[in-house]
Design a protein around this ligand. Structure first.
Ligand code: ADP
Ligand code: MG
Length: 157
């Protein structure tokens, strides 16, 4: 993965949601976004900003107990996956269909399902910085590079 943006400051949950909302209009069907970061880093908050901007009516909640939640009223459809419960297990619950499908996929705890994630994906890492957060962005291929560049532009514009 190549680093494009490092340590971008997000000083409130609203700013995390806003970052998601800025990424949303740049997304194309098939895009895969891995969200890395500790528990409480803001991963689900970020997806909430994306979902609202894509037109999903339901609020995004942590899908930890569901593993995957689909927002079919979003455009494109949004798949929110939390792989936390899948650590060390090889369960076929159709994640690959979602990832290869015509929606956009956001994956929390991507390291737990690494073999299912295409190399050409965007990676957003959130880390605690006192009460705030810092965001870094990496890409792994041609499409995700374009997405990363446009996201960086949107954040700085
Ligand atoms: N930039 C930020 N600054 C401060 N708090 C934040 C920020 N982004 C999110 N939060 C808060 O962090 C908490 C955990 O967020 P959540 O999205 O559930 O984390 P994760 O999904 O990574 O476990 C929530 O209370 C959320 O409002
Ligand atoms: Mg979460």
């Amino acid at each position: 993965m190549e680093l494009l943006l490092e340590g971008y400051s997000l000083s409130s949950p609203e700013e995390t949601r806003r970052a998601g909302a800025l990424l949303a209009p740049l997304l194309l069907p098939g895009d895969v976004i891995a969200l890395r970061g500790d528990l409480g880093a803001g991963k689900t908050t970020f997806v909430g900003g994306v979902a609202k901007a894509l037109g999903a009516k339901d609020d995004v909640i942590s899908p930890t107990f569901n593993i995957m939640k689909c927002y079919f009223d979003a455009r494109p459809s949004l798949y929110h996956i939390d792989a936390y419960r899948l650590e060390g297990q090889m369960i076929d619950i159709g994640l690959d269909e979602a990832i290869e499908g015509d929606g956009v996929s956001f994956i929390e705890w991507p390291d737990y399902i690494r073999p299912l994630i295409p190399k050409d994906h965007l990676e957003i890492e959130l880390v605690h910085a006192g009460d705030a957060r810092r965001m870094s962005v990496r890409f792994g291929g041609k499409r995700s590079k374009e997405l990363a560049l446009r996201f960086k532009e949107a954040l700085h514009g």
